[in-house]
Design a protein around this ligand. Structure first.
Ligand SMILES: *Cc1c(COP(=O)(O)O)cnc(C)c1O
Length: 388
């Protein structure tokens, strides 16, 4: 039996190990020089003037909503095809995540669904750049501007990515990234909120560390003073230098890691693109895809097994797989709290029933890629529904 191919593992080299050991030996293990250097490097890499480095994408989105002034009772429009974090941060404010359907071709938020969901209470839209391909930002921007709404993008999948020649960090008012262990670059746990708005950036930085004003901090710290001022009840979301030291190496390797994921994605597209039993998700011509996830959609009418059985068969043949995502409207909390019926999300429902995420991580070997292709092709061959 050949080794099991996991769904995702981080791509870490001796360079990351050495960087973290160096940070450990420096004596400065939490927020310090490495985090201060990483922020501007990451901001530049995503095309934004300011970056606030934090300990998760969830924290980045929470800080973003706080800086944008979200209040109890406000509404924020969120796609159903996302991870829990996108909606839960809206709940932190006792505001309402208005959950809407997606498009079939890219699983991104449906602009028509957003339009239909706007009310007098709507304050913003949170597009999720699904799998690493950006949502329809021009159309969302036009809607947001027409109704005075903010755009806070969940770009947990979308580094590096671009849209009509613009970098991923240039398009929303605030864009949040994740450096979780399985994302396209990692700091173990980590995240960033980027923006072109200096005031938003300052507010997020203050709230990321107990509401301590940086102005006072900088003013007094340089002469060794103990003095600081708390200007708001902030949070504890700062990034550590252990994480930042790892992140700086990952950032420097991110183009090479992207190139590897692109190779894997292209190999899958070629192997599966012509099969009647599955559908590969198309790449949009006007945007570049981070290839964080590879979602294969089963044509269930042409197969004798369902998606759950397909994943079991992959596992039995030594290939890890996953599903992105169990839509928010199916989770008990959102379903019951907002009385969400599956019929209100026909596109996401259909996509959910037939989606399988295959391994696509930059540390994958050619042998592993070949084996995933063989295993998927064999399972399809064994469970093809014959024409009658
Ligand atoms: C991973 C993920 C998050 C959360 O990222 P953390 O850094 O773990 O907080 C948010 N949104 C989406 C779409 C994700 O996939």
């Amino acid at each position: 039996m050949t080794d099991f191919i996991p769904f995702a593992i981080p791509d870490l080299t001796e360079a990351e190990v050495e960087a973290v050991v160096k940070a450990l030996r420096s004596g400065w293990i939490t927020t310090g020089p490495e985090t201060r250097a990483f922020g501007p490097e990451f901001a530049e890499a995503v095309g934004a003037p300011h970056a606030v480095m934090v300990n998760s994408c969830t924290a980045a989105m929470h800080l973003g909503l706080e800086a944008l002034g979200l209040k109890a009772g406000d509404e924020v429009i969120v796609p159903t095809m996302t991870f829990a974090a996108t909606a839960e941060v809206v709940r932190y404010f006792d505001a309402t995540p208005v959950i809407v359907d997606i498009y079939d071709h890219d699983h991104n938020i449906s602009v028509e669904a957003v339009k239909a969901a706007i009310t007098g209470k709507t304050k913003g839209i949170m597009p999720v750049h699904f799998a690493g391909q950006m949502a329809d930002m021009d159309e969302l921007r036009a809607l947001a501007d027409a109704h005075g709404l903010f755009l806070l993008a969940d770009a947990a999948h979308a580094f590096p990515a671009s849209y009509k020649g613009k970098n991923v960090g240039e398009l929303a008012d605030i864009t949040a990234f994740s450096f979780y262990a399985t994302k396209t670059m990692t700091t173990a746990e980590g995240g960033a909120a980027v923006t072109a708005d200096e005031a938003l950036s300052k507010r997020m930085a203050v709230m990321a560390l107990h509401g301590i004003s940086r102005d006072a901090w900088n003013r007094y710290r340089s002469d060794g003073s103990w003095f600081y001022e708390v200007v708001a009840p902030g949070y504890k979301y700062n990034m550590t230098d252990l994480s930042a030291s790892m992140g700086r190496v990952q950032l420097a390797r991110s183009d090479a890691m992207l190139a590897r994921r692109q190779e894997i994605g292209a190999a899958y597209d070629e192997a599966f693109g012509a099969l009647d039993e599955v559908e590969v998700m198309p790449l949009a011509e006007d945007r570049s895809h981070a290839r964080h996830l590879y979602v294969l959609k089963l044509n269930l009418d042409n197969l004798t097994i369902d998606r759950a059985d397909f994943i079991e068969a992959l596992k039995a043949d030594g290939v890890g797989a996953s599903v992105h995502f169990i839509p928010l409207h199916r989770h008990p909390y959102y379903r019951d709290r907002y009385s969400l019926a599956p019929e209100a999300f026909p596109v996401a429902e259909a996509a959910y029933a037939r989606s399988v995420s295959l391994p696509i991580f930059s540390a994958m070997t050619d042998t592993q890629v070949k084996r995933v292709i063989e295993v998927v092709t064999n399972i399809i061959g064994r469970h093809r529904r014959e024409e009658v």
